[in-house]
Design a protein around this ligand. Structure first.
Ligand code: SF4
Ligand code: FES
Length: 268
């Protein structure tokens, strides 16, 4: 066991644990976009920068393994300065179209920009525009909103097992796209909608039909698969508007098959 300190809280963690995992154990929230505990580490958004004793610069919590005696500050002046700088950088090319975005109200970027963004942009140049991609009848795209966290790409490769998405080009020109002009055909494709931390990938059947805060929520169990995936049925005016996975580690984890997620369309 290693002994470390996070924001003055002493705790013991296993060797190989990252600062992000240790912070989660300690109940300390570190802002993040690309990190997801069921996906590999990409460390590309840099939102999780934290101050580490004796390190000359802020380090990404999701990709920094803990060492014995390490002291970490997640909300010190220098950590906050780094996190705010990353947020400003991420928002430079973001269209800031929350009022017309289907993700509004459940968007990680929107939520974190309240805490880490500044009220006014200093960026007066033209923003980049990324053309939308045809991902098929279930997943709708607004790729200009994408922050290139690659959660969707990693999910398809590591969990769905179908290498149907990739990141092309580099730097400011980087784009997420399906391979060779194909659509997203995996039976698990709908999970990228939940994973996308912004409004770049949204549900086509649900799109623009309700705001998330207008929906009632009921816990349920899937009638369509052999394992009984746990889910949340969201309704409005007695109509099912959306079906989402309910986290259940021993069964469906965070995931739902497209059959379970989208079959409510037939109900209506
Ligand atoms: S589409 Fe969404 S999940 Fe995929 S890289 Fe862009 S922001 Fe991340
Ligand atoms: S969450 Fe750590 S770099 Fe993205």
């Amino acid at each position: 066991m290693l002994e470390i300190e996070i924001d003055g809280k002493a705790l013991q963690v296993n060797e190989g644990c990252t600062v992000m995992e240790a912070a989660n154990l300690a109940g300390v929230y570190i802002p993040h976009f690309c990190y997801h505990r069921k996906l590999s580490i990409a460390a590309n958004c840099r939102m999780c920068l934290v101050q580490v004793e004796k390190a000359p610069k802020a380090l990404p919590a999701c990709a920094t393994p803990v060492t014995d005696g390490m002291k970490v500050w997640t909300h010190s002046e220098s950590a906050l300065k780094a996190q705010k700088a990353v947020m400003e950088f991420l928002l430079i090319n973001h269209p800031l179209d929350c009022p017309i975005c289907d993700q509004g109200g459940e968007c990680q970027l929107q939520d974190l920009s309240v805490g880490y963004g500044c009220g006014q942009s200093r960026y007066g140049e033209e923003k980049r525009v990324v053309f939308n991609k045809d991902l098929g009848p279930l997943v709708s795209t607004d790729m200009t909103r994408c922050i290139n966290c690659t959660r969707c790409v990693r999910f398809m490769q590591e969990i769905a097992g179908d290498m149907e998405l990739g990141q092309a080009y580099r730097g400011e020109h980087a784009e997420i796209m399906p391979f060779l002009g194909r659509t997203l055909d995996s039976e698990l494709s709908g999970n990228v909608i939940d994973l996308c931390p912004v409004g770049a990938l949204t549900s086509r059947p649900f799109r623009f039909s309700s705001r998330t805060w207008e929906l009632s929520r009921r816990r349920s169990v899937s009638p369509h698969d052999g394992v009984g995936a746990n889910l949340i049925v969201q309704t409005r005016f007695d109509r099912v508007k959306r079906v989402l996975p309910l986290e259940y580690e021993a069964l469906n984890v965070f995931w739902l098959s497209d059959k379970v997620r989208f079959s409510f369309v037939a109900l209506n």
